[in-house]
Each structure stands twice: as structure tokens, then as C-alpha cells.
Design a protein around this ligand. Sequence first.
Ligand SMILES: [Zn+2]
Length: 144
Amino acid sequence: MNIDTIKNGYVIDHITAGNAIKIYKLLNLGNLDCTVALITNVKSKKTKRKDLLKIGKLIDIDLDKIAYIDPQVTINVVKDDKIIEKKYVKLPEKLINVCVCNNPRCITSIERGLDQVFQLVNTEKKSYRCEYCESILEHDKFVI
Ligand SMILES: [Zn+2]
């Protein structure tokens, strides 16, 4: 496998070192039937160390999930060996079915099938509030 080239797919660049595995898990990339390359600790001028993720297929990717993990990434869309688009993301105002409320008394913990809806409350800390029970989800306590 040549990890440098992707004919069609995505190259997610400028991922903070350590975050590629989180994106990989949150997007369930292990379930894909195409090549996925997870490269960690790449030397980079911009951020010292960075991670890279390459997905060898133009799948539907949930940009909100990527943005939630790491809003500074660049998503290069590759088609026929060429980058046809660069997507930049920002921390989403609202998260729908990205994370799960960890309050055991929350209605979403009791009634299965409800959408998990969170509203951004603090951009700097990347913390979100559950729309049902108002519990605060701290970004650093976030577990996949
Ligand atoms: Zn809740």
C-alpha cells in the first residue's frame, strides 16, 4: 500500500497529534471496506507534530464529528488523484447524535431512540450542554 497517494477520497490534514485515532473511532472508519491510513506524529512546521488520516473512498463524512474532535483540521477532497476541494470546519453550535449524555437520569438515557442534542456553551473549553437535562459535557471528559 502506498500511503502517499489516494485516487479518490479524503486526506484529513493538520490534525492535532493524538486526535486522529479519536476521529477514526467516532467516524467508525474501521468498518469501511476501503483503505484507511492513520498516520501519527508527522513532523510539521505549523504545529510541530500532527496526525494525518487518509480515507480511500469518497464516503459521506460527518463534518460535525470531525469538527467536534478537532476544529483546526483541513479536509482535502481528492478525486482522480487531484485535490478538488479543501474543506475547513469550525466547532459546531449544535451537536446532533455526535456524543451521548452521561447523566443516567437524562431522558435520552431512559428512552432509546431519542436524538442526542447538545448546544455549544463554551467555545474555548469546547463544552456542550445537553438540550434535555442541561448537563454539561466537558470536552476533555469526552469518551468514545
Ligand atoms: Zn442529558
